[in-house]
Design a protein. Structure first.
Length: 230
């Protein structure tokens, strides 16, 4: 018998991935009367589909922010302009340290350090930091300034609301990147959670560019996968 044709059981998955991890899927399968293994496979697939959507929105976000910050200071390496944006407090220079480490890693890879490479390597956590209240009078002001492109699709320009949406995306990305489950014991709660996360991603994309939001939604596999939940 070839390895592909060998039957896999719940006991196998518990041995490979731990009984504790599989307990979530066992409980959920009991409430929806579905196969545990099918549910585990589905969870992995919808997680990857959500990560695809997050990737689109994250790149859209960083390009949107980077473009406006570059216009505000007149050069592409805006992340080095602490005098204008005041990224670093008197107690910590965490942002500067993060940028320096990104540049070091780029050099170590044998590539030239360019603003595009540095910006692409910034973590989603860094973009959340740039949206924090401490930088409202510098970074946020530059983002909403019409002279830099502004935020024509977000007329209220409420920083805290925008930040909270981006933080929600960051938390979801971290959850999925650490292979945490999306399935819940209660199917209604699960559907509500997934709908809310999708709506959040759409909100971020839409206040940046409605056309981009429509395209991202049209490419998403999430809705089709939700319909095929075991």
């Amino acid at each position: 018998m070839s390895p592909e044709s060998q039957p896999v059981t719940l006991a196998d998955l518990q041995r490979w991935f731990s009984t504790e991890r599989m307990s979530t899927y066992v409980r959920s399968s009991q409430t929806t009367d579905c196969d545990v293994i099918d549910l585990y496979v589905w969870n992995g697939r919808i997680s990857k589909a959500l990560l695809e959507d997050i990737a689109h929105v994250e790149v859209l976000l960083r390009n949107f922010m980077s473009e406006r910050l570059a216009r505000a200071c007149g050069h592409e390496d805006w992340y080095r302009n602490d005098a204008r944006f005041r990224f670093n407090s008197s107690k910590t220079r965490r942002f500067e340290t993060s940028v320096t480490e990104i540049e070091r890693q780029i050099r170590h890879s044998g590539k030239p350090v360019t603003p595009g490479r540095v910006i692409a390597d910034m973590s989603l956590g860094s973009w959340c930091f740039l949206l924090s209240s401490r930088l409202e009078q510098t970074v946020w002001r530059a983002l909403r300034d019409p002279a830099n492109g502004g935020m024509p699709n977000y007329p209220s320009c409420k920083r805290a609301v925008f930040e909270n949406h981006v933080k929600t995306m960051r938390d979801l990305r971290n959850r999925l990147s650490h292979q945490e489950h999306l399935v819940l014991d209660n199917l209604t709660d699960e559907n509500r959670y997934l709908d809310g996360q999708c709506a959040n991603l759409d909100w971020i994309a839409r206040v940046i560019d409605p056309k981009a939001a429509d395209w991202i939604r049209s490419q998403s596999r999430v809705t089709a996968l939700c319909a095929r939940r075991p």
